[in-house]
Design a protein around this ligand. Structure first.
Ligand SMILES: [Zn+2]
Length: 679
């Protein structure tokens, strides 16, 4: 997706960072301060610490600023942050500062903002909410102007007076999934509806009656919403919450950027690849991304192979950020060295050339400090191999938020399973969002296959773009209800993508029409195989369902994996780079964006042992003229020397492109294969 403000220049150095964003006041009040906390805290801020960080290749520290106790209560520590920023800048480090958005600690915050109790969220029964497990932190309402003014003032203090380089908004969500019924929300919700449905005709079509002044936010807790949200008021409430946050974000981002394009805007709203973030937290990350620089994932998907065969990773989260031209902030963490290596390797492979957070500023005291430092130095000293590259994926999975925000079930499962299929088959992929459909690259360019997992709520323009993509030679794989509903989840007279589907896919019929929603689904779960057909110059694959091998088994390739894979490969056609590797190896292929052309093949090994000659890479670059030879080097952060790998020419690929092949001699935890033409 396109950006409206450029990423800060210094992001190009590649971010490798540490953090100590919990101030002393919070460590004490929350009850996790150690006996010697003050000494620990002192050391975190010392010049010695900064020197060590710089030597290890760290270029950013995210530190405490405003946890929600109020500027008075946190004054001393804010002053400390001011001095720390100045010192860090002297040592060539950037500093980000923490602002907690969703909650404040009323016991001190209210002393300096006596109106604050009226800025808190309240549910339909007038009850407020507190942060889970910490009842001294009250959840605030993002529609309260008084509260927003104070948050914006914090931005100007941090980015202006204190000279911070990055604003980290934690808890950048509604704080509770419950509808807020404060007077500001009630009024804003009705205004939102009035603007979207300006006349009686539009209101009647949407709600059955025109009386918007009678409508209130839902009284039902979000946890009790059905998987598919059909109630139009509930749908509008989800949209209203996302729009509220888009507006709040735009205001705060403008405040941040008013201090210069080098100041970064970053938030934590969790990455909704597994559950319905717009419903649960009231935020749409794609809506905020064009004016945002980075966001966090805090998922538990640390890369690993479980004894039961589940192959778990954070790959989706990294790809989500990459597709939005944002940077994914993530932790390298683990309780043993092998997990640290897997996490760090996954970051190096999949985080779009960026690093991650390695621990506290006390890096030297982290349990795996020598390992972290060695890998950090490797990344820093080989940064030229990470920078200036882009995904070489020719397959894309559509993460269609208009559908995903209304259906918390099937579309998430189907997307997850397709992504898992591609990962386990080592077919590089990227994610696309609804906004990207408006300018799908021509199939002749890199993208060859678009996967539509249960994309029920496509609109006309999106369907037209997809149809044109296939007509011009692209491939599409789709399942189930894709294009069967409109953006309000109303059943269409027929699939919007009927032209692509052809006549053989029946539309589900309704039983007892106008009484309930039972559909009589006559689509065979398995059409004759998985249906394939040609359309224009392109190819279409359809099946009624993609299913897990066992209920809930989302971290394994789906049922009928081989058949699916054959269909995917047929629809995609020959790919530029093919990797053959064991299932436990995650693979990412990137292409140099500048001249000369080149590839970076990243391999992350989740098996508990090394592999010898188990990974084969073949590639057929489309660029002409072709070099006479290729040079391949295999690099491993745990090895001092890089290995030269022979690259052999094979029979020509399709279309006459020359095809080359190499075998990776050894793979321990992580290997980067750099492929460059020989001049
Ligand atoms: Zn409210």
């Amino acid at each position: 997706m396109d950006r409206e403000t450029p990423l800060p220049d210094w992001f190009q150095e590649g971010l490798l960072f540490v953090g100590n964003w919990e101030p002393l006041i919070f460590r004490r009040r929350a009850g996790f301060a150690h006996v010697d906390e003050e000494a620990i805290y002192e050391a975190e801020h010392s010049e010695e610490t900064l020197r060590t960080l710089r030597e290890a290749g760290i270029n950013l520290v995210i530190t405490h600023f405003h946890k929600g106790f109020g500027r008075e209560a946190e004054r001393e520590e804010i002053e400390r942050t001011r001095r720390f920023i100045a010192l860090a800048h002297q040592h060539g480090l950037r500093v980000g500062v923490y602002i907690r958005f969703d909650a404040v600690a009323g016991e001190t915050y209210d002393l300096e903002a006596p109106e604050a109790p009226s800025w808190r969220q309240r549910d339909a029964r007038g009850q407020g909410a507190t942060y889970p497990g910490q009842d001294f932190r009250q959840v605030m309402c993002p529609n309260q102007p008084g509260y927003l003014d104070r948050v914006e003032a914090l931005v100007h203090l941090a980015a202006g007076e204190l000279d911070a380089d990055l604003l980290h908004f934690d808890g950048f969500w509604w704080g509770t999934a419950e509808p807020c019924h404060c007077p500001a929300c009630l009024q804003a919700f009705r205004t939102f509806l009035r603007e979207r449905y300006p006349d009686a005709k539009a209101r009647i079509e949407r709600f059955g009656h025109p009386h918007i002044e009678q409508l209130t936010p839902p009284t039902l807790p979000a946890a009790q919403f059905p998987a598919v949200v059909l109630n139009p008021l509930h749908q509008e409430w989800i949209a209203f919450r996302c729009e509220t946050f888009r507006r709040v974000h735009a205001r705060l981002a403008a405040a941040v950027k008013s201090h210069g394009p080098h100041v970064a805007m970053e938030f934590n709203a969790l990455v909704p690849v597994e559950e319905n973030g717009p419903l649960r937290r009231g935020v749409s990350i794609p809506a905020m991304a064009p004016r945002n620089d980075a966001f966090w994932t805090e998922s538990r998907n640390d890369p690993r192979l479980e004894p039961d065969g589940r192959l778990i990773s954070r790959v989706r989260e990294y790809k989500y950020a990459e597709a939005l031209n944002n940077v994914c902030f993530s932790y390298v963490r683990g309780t043993d060295a092998a997990q640290i290596r897997r996490s760090f390797g996954e970051v190096l492979a999949f985080n779009n050339g960026q690093g991650a957070m390695l621990g506290s500023p006390h890096l030297a005291h982290e349990p795996f400090a020598p390992l972290l430092t060695r890998w950090a130095r490797f990344y820093r000293s080989h940064h030229d191999l990470y920078a200036g590259t882009e995904s070489a994926a020719q397959v894309a999975v559509l993460r269609h938020e208009p559908t995903l925000r209304l259906n918390s079930g099937e579309p998430y499962q189907a997307a997850h399973l397709f992504e898992q299929l591609l990962l386990e088959a080592h077919i590089p992929f990227r994610l696309l969002f609804a906004e990207d459909l408006a300018r799908l690259p021509a199939p002749a360019e890199r993208l060859r296959l678009l996967i539509l997992p249960e994309v029920a709520c496509l609109n006309e323009a999106e369907a037209a773009a997809i149809t044109a993509f296939v007509r011009d030679g692209g491939g599409v794989v789709m399942t189930g209800d894709t294009s069967l509903y409109d953006p309000w989840y109303r059943l269409r007279p027929d699939y919007l993508l009927r032209e692509l589907l052809g006549p053989d896919v029946p539309r589900p019929r309704e039983s007892m029409r106008s009484f309930h929603f039972a559909l009589v689904d006559e689509r065979p779960a398995v059409l004759p195989g998985i249906m394939r057909r040609s359309y224009g110059r392109g190819r279409v694959v359809y099946a009624a369902r993609i299913e897990p091998v066992a209920p809930g088994a989302l971290w394994r390739a789906p049922a009928r994996a081989l058949e699916w894979l054959e269909a995917v490969r047929w629809a995609a056609g020959p790919l530029e780079v093919e990797v053959h590797a064991p299932r436990e190896v995650l693979c990412e292929v990137r292409r140099r964006t500048g001249a000369p052309p080149g590839y970076r093949v990243h391999l992350v090994n989740l098996a508990g042992h090394s592999w010898r000659q188990a990974v084969t890479v073949t590639f057929a670059p489309p660029e002409l003229p072709q070099p006479q030879a290729w040079r391949a080097r295999a690099l491993d952060p745990d090895r001092d020397e890089e290995l030269e790998v022979p690259v052999l020419e094979r029979a020509a690929g399709s279309g006459g492109a020359r095809r080359w092949e190499l075998i990776v001699p050894e793979l321990a935890a992580y290997t980067l294969v750099a492929l460059d033409p020989v001049a």
